[in-house]
Design a protein. Structure first.
Length: 336
């Protein structure tokens, strides 16, 4: 493949979600020069879904009204919900994108724009972006997790996403730490996602409130007296106010993460562990505590040497993830 200098042009990063598409022009310094957000149409047909992606890409051309962007774009990287096949760029059957079943997204987009196109899932893309351009820069082997509504993970080894044999590797959010635990939506019990994601934190706090019916709690005050309105953000605010139920809930979450990350260290021993997502910002004050408690949960005697860092790229992780996938696909990774 012809090697190009990203400084002479741009790549496009696309982040596809169940309701929106974010698209951005990214330069060789990993800076988003321009970005747009537009609706996705997940419940329509495959053609409508493709048209939404095309419209998102075309919307970037307003920055180049005279010459267009075709001559300046060296590649397109797309972060899409899975399951998908990163080797072929086929989106298989994502639950929140029913419009696509065995849909050759990479081929379709490449045929339209005439540039290399790579498709991967969002956690893999964000992991690569953090490894190349973020908190993992300078480290060979990176473990990345995003903790929010769910828990997604990505593994980067020697600068490359580790996909496994069929592209289904790195489903770390569905690593079970309690085979008798609550049933996860994946069908397994005790997955870290069902224990430590944002909704899981809220659900545990709600259960504690119901078990102590009538107790005075800052959680209920913040939720206007409605236990069903409790969110992980409310739990964290109540913790900061000293609420005992909130503090207990957060401490449980920290212990779950210690068990999980201890297993990750024993399996991978990465150079760095990076946590992103909305819950990560809430738990980042406890990262040092988690790392210092790891010896109780893994056999690696040097586990505390592994940095546990907050992800650098927040809401733009999908766009930058797509851009990093595109840059790697065309054989060039710029350095900041």
């Amino acid at each position: 493949m012809v090697q190009v200098a990203m400084q002479d042009g741009l790549v496009i990063g696309i982040d596809i979600g169940g309701t929106k598409i974010a698209a951005g022009l990214v330069d060789g310094n990993a800076e988003i020069k321009y970005q747009t957000r537009s609706p996705m149409v997940p419940d329509s047909d495959a053609a409508a879904g493709l048209a939404a992606v095309i419209a998102a890409i075309d919307s970037l051309s307003v920055r180049f009204p005279n010459n267009g962007i075709d001559s300046l774009i060296h590649g397109i990287g797309i972060c899409s919900p899975g399951p998908l096949d990163p080797a072929t760029g086929i989106v298989i059957n994502p639950p929140n994108l029913p419009c696509w079943r065995n849909f050759p997204l990479a081929t379709k987009i490449s045929q339209i724009y005439g540039v290399p196109v790579k498709v991967d899932n969002d956690a893999n893309g964000a992991a690569l972006a953090e490894a190349q351009w973020g908190a993992g820069r300078g480290h060979r082997n990176v473990f990345y997790a995003t903790i929010g509504t769910g828990i997604g993970t990505g593994i980067v080894l020697d600068g490359r996403i580790y996909h496994g044999r069929t592209g289904a590797a790195a489903e770390g959010g569905h690593l079970s730490i309690d085979y008798r635990g609550p049933l996860c939506r994946c069908g397994k019990r005790g997955c870290i996602e069902i224990l430590a994601s944002g909704p899981a934190i809220a659900k545990r706090a709600q259960a504690k409130l119901m078990a102590q019916n009538g107790i005075s709690s800052a959680i209920l005050d913040l939720a206007n007296g409605d236990p069903g309105a409790v969110t992980s953000e409310i739990v964290n605010r109540a913790r900061a106010d000293g609420d005992p139920i909130a503090q207990e809930t957060i401490q449980e979450t920290i212990e779950f993460l210690c068990v999980w990350l201890g297993n990750i260290v024993d399996l991978l021993e990465p150079d760095v562990m990076i946590i992103g997502g909305g819950v990560a910002s809430m738990l980042s004050p406890f990262f040092d505590e988690i790392r210092n408690r790891l010896p109780a949960y893994c056999i690696n005697s040097r586990c505390r040497e592994i940095p546990l860092l907050r992800a650098r790229h927040g809401a733009d992780s999908g766009i930058l993830g797509g851009a990093s996938i595109a840059a790697t696909n065309i054989g060039v990774v710029s350095k900041r």
